[in-house]
Design a binder for this molecule. Structure first.
Ligand code: 4AD
Ligand code: MG
Length: 435
């Protein structure tokens, strides 16, 4: 029996006959020789059919090929340049394909996005999904090696974690609506009080009406939370974490990053420690280039780029004003107008990668924060219990997976980093995605 294999394993079969199943990526005939590039999800392989080696049934099948037809090819594996090809003996059509809508001519992004289910087959998209997969593996490796417990946070939540303006509500029988989770953080705080060092990694939702290059409605977030850990210690963990996942991914995904034509200079420089700027100093940096900038608010994309362009590594900004950050941020005892918060900005203009900080551990201050943010106290009673029953210094952060993938892959827009962005299949998606 001819062994069945996949394109990425051909090196183990040099000189032998194998069978491959996949889809037609390209094909052409010139006289007595026909070429077919087969795609099977693990790679591409050129299959060469000549009149002497292939039977007439196969040559007839070749004449009926169309792009993306599913086929089975049997042939001998041969080394070709620095990869492998198949000397085709037998070609069988499994399922013919209708004319391929993503054929040769270049398509606009709206067209490609509305055909995302087919676009995922392209070389570039395969490279992106492979880098994404590798980053996910490295994220888990890092936290497992650091002895964090992986805890799953719920997706349906009764309360807002990151402000009420970006909540998606869900019908909840005849009760008040529930919401899609904006963050697993509060649940991780409960888990940190139970187990010390924990993290969650799952989908989170933000009803962002305006669409930017950095925002998705649904994105995946990694959120570690650490007991008996202060702001500085959380930043130290964040820089070691980012160094680990970036450097390991650079080592193993060289081929994919080549397909993406990523300039790796800044990524190679991504080694701890990262520079640290207070919010106040960061504002001074912005004012040097933009004298009209008024400190006090959160930074926009342009301001983040001004800050990060001063460095070859990601940069921390810490101690943001308390009133522009979420209610759970701990107040700075030395300057109560500031919070013990930080963001990590990526290099080359990729903006905020991580947001986090030290959590308010005083019951009274947290109750005050809930009041000031006009949140409903009943919804937070369980969260306040964490301050009633053994309150503790604790910190954590959240890293948006798609922002990380966009930065590592060097993509202009975050939409290509997730298999099915926004509400796939809805026209809303097409209208709002191109900004
Ligand atoms: O800064 P954010 O809103 O922080 C939190 O949600 C905290 N509760 C996390 C924590 O401390 N456990 O979001 C964290 C990160 C951002 O830095 C960004 O990378 C990503 O999540 N992010 C988004 N990514 C894609 N689309 C969006 N709409 C995003 N909003 C935030
Ligand atoms: Mg943030």
């Amino acid at each position: 029996m001819t062994p069945k294999t996949s394109i990425n394993k051909l090196k183990n079969f040099e000189g032998q006959e194998v069978s491959l199943s996949g889809w037609v990526y390209q094909f052409r005939s010139s006289g007595k020789i026909s070429f077919l590039v087969l795609r099977d999800g693990t790679g591409d392989c050129q299959c060469v059919f000549t009149e002497g080696t292939a039977d007439s049934k196969s040559l007839e099948a070749f004449s009926k090929l169309s792009l993306e037809t599913a086929v089975e090819v049997r042939g001998q594996v041969k080394k070709w340049k620095d990869s492998y090809e198949l000397k085709g003996q037998d070609l069988k059509i499994l399922f013919s394909a209708e004319p391929w809508p993503l054929g040769k001519k270049s398509h606009g992004v709206d067209f490609l996005m509305s055909h995302r289910h087919l676009w995922l087959r392209s070389k570039k998209q395969r490279a992106i999904m492979n880098v994404r997969n590798e980053l996910i593996q490295n994220i888990h490796h890092f936290f497992q090696k650091e002895e964090f417990l992986h805890i799953d946070a719920p997706i349906l939540a009764a309360n807002a974690c990151e402000g009420t303006s970006s909540l998606f509500s869900v019908n909840f029988f005849d009760q008040e609506p529930a919401y899609l989770s904006q963050s697993g953080q509060m649940y991780m705080e409960a888990a940190a009080a139970a187990y010390g060092k924990v993290y969650c990694f799952g989908p989170t939702f933000r009803a962002e009406k305006s669409s930017t290059r950095r925002h998705l409605l649904e994105f995946w977030m990694i959120e570690p939370e650490m007991a008996f850990c202060n702001l500085e210690e959380a930043m130290e963990l964040a820089e070691r974490f980012v160094e680990y996942v970036v450097q390991n991914t650079l080592q193993t995904k060289t081929e994919e990053l080549k397909v993406l034509e990523r300039n790796l200079d800044f990524l190679r420089e991504t080694r701890a420690p990262f520079p640290r700027l207070s919010y106040k100093t960061a504002c001074e940096v912005i004012q040097k280039s933009n004298p009209d900038f008024q400190p006090g608010g959160d930074f926009g994309g342009g301001e983040e780029t001004l800050i990060s362009s001063q460095y070859k590594k990601p940069v921390f900004v810490h101690h943001y004003p308390k009133d522009i950050k979420a209610f759970y941020m701990k107040e700075d005892e030395e300057n109560p107008s500031l919070s013990l918060s930080f963001d990590l900005l990526a290099t080359d203009g990729y903006g905020e990668l991580i947001g986090g900080g030290q959590r308010e551990d005083s019951l009274e201050k947290l109750e005050e924060g809930i009041r000031e943010h006009h949140l409903k106290k009943e919804d937070f009673e369980w969260y306040l219990d964490l301050r009633r029953f053994g309150s503790f210094t604790h910190s954590g952060f959240g890293l948006g997976l798609e922002r990380l993938v966009a930065w590592v892959c060097g993509l202009d827009h975050v939409r290509e980093t997730i298999p099915f962005p926004r509400v796939y299949g809805r026209s809303f998606f097409e209208k709002s995605s191109s900004s």
